[in-house]
Design a protein around this ligand. Structure first.
Ligand code: FMN
Length: 316
């Protein structure tokens, strides 16, 4: 697919994208866990300039997360074992959502996680009561305590069960966020689609670790942690490419994106929209800057409609 060229001096490029009947002014979405509940970034980022943002993972009850140290910088990446600390779905509705609703033209996605199918069900039921959430993003990368600690997202049958359950109760579109810690991402994307997902997003972090050679101790109290940032970008890109070829539903790509060119790479691989996580840690304005850069990227290359790039990888 070739994007149509822009005529110099004419209308600015159209950066808008849409998926699951949700219209975004551009494909740049701040990723869950790296953008708080959005409100924390209000003074540094013009939230209305972003395509949208995903709030911290929400659970049925508040969670305090893992003990420190929980973050460690690696070569071109970051390890985190925050342990899904959050205020809980009910407090989100009461304390954060009313303010977010007052912000104009801001698209809010709610990330949801649980340890049992019932946790997911109950959390979504609570969030269904709130106004102004565009869609749910289901984080399936937590240990499934019903199945002996195996991640929902790494076992096709568990994934099917949790997505089917979530879809049944969700009153909003359902994005299933896939774990990269699997043998076949294409298979997991397909299972999510067949179980009712309206879109898939990928990737979550890669299970990894770091050791202090001097003390012989792990750098992270939890011992293992999730790796994110530019270090994972080529693998994430390949996974987005594989997933996009396996499903008909839209794919939202992420993993190490830090420039407009990175966004374009993920779109060419098949992503309809993208998320940006770790980049906000070294530059809190990264998401907004990437939107500006995308605009410039399109103007410089005379791309009229950014959405035309999705799936446009040329193999010959
Ligand atoms: C500190 C931190 C916390 C995160 N918390 C969540 C979370 O609560 N739910 C979730 O689905 N993903 C979470 N993620 C994963 C990111 O949303 C994203 O999938 C991943 O970091 C890859 O993108 P990136 O390389 O741009 O950061 C977290 C990532 C980081 C770095």
């Amino acid at each position: 697919m070739t994007a149509s060229p822009a005529s110099p001096g004419h209308a600015p490029p159209d950066l808008s994208v849409s998926f699951a009947d949700i219209q975004l002014k551009n494909p740049v979405i701040a990723a869950s866990g790296t953008f708080g509940y959005g409100v924390e970034f209000e003074d540094v980022v013009h939230l209305g300039k972003l395509g949208g943002f995903v709030v911290k993972g929400l659970s049925r009850e508040p969670m305090i997360g893992n003990p420190p140290p929980r973050l460690w910088e690696t070569a071109a990446g970051m390890l985190n074992a925050i342990g899904l600390q959050n205020i809980g779905a009910r407090a989100f509705l009461e304390e954060k959502l009313p303010h977010l609703q007052q912000l104009k033209s801001v698209v809010v996605f709610a990330n949801v996680f649980g340890y049992t199918r019932e946790d997911y069900e109950r959390t979504i039921e609570i969030l269904n009561e709130g106004e102004g959430i565009a869609a749910y993003e289901l984080n399936v990368s937590c240990p499934n305590t019903e199945h002996g600690g195996l991640q929902f997202g790494s076992d096709p049958r568990s994934l099917d069960e949790v997505v089917t359950t979530a879809k049944r109760v969700a009153r909003r579109p359902l994005i299933v966020k896939l774990s990269p810690n699997v043998t076949s991402i294409a298979q997991m994307a397909y299972v999510a689609q067949e179980s009712g997902a309206d879109a898939v997003s990928l990737v979550n972090t890669f299970v990894a670790m770091a050791i202090d050679a001097e003390t012989r101790r792990p750098r992270i109290a939890n011992v293992t942690a999730g790796l994110s940032g530019p270090a994972i970008k080529p693998i994430a890109l390949r996974m987005v490419y594989d997933a996009a070829h396996a499903v008909r539903i839209p794919v939202i790509g992420m993993g190490g994106i830090s420039t407009a060119a990175d966004v374009v790479e993920f779109m060419l691989a098949g992503a309809t929209a993208v998320q940006i996580g770790t980049a906000s840690y070294w530059d809190p304005c990264a998401t907004e800057k990437i939107v500006d850069e995308l605009q410039e990227w399109c103007v410089a290359r005379e791309v009229v409609r950014l959405a035309d790039l999705t799936g446009g990888l040329m193999l010959e």
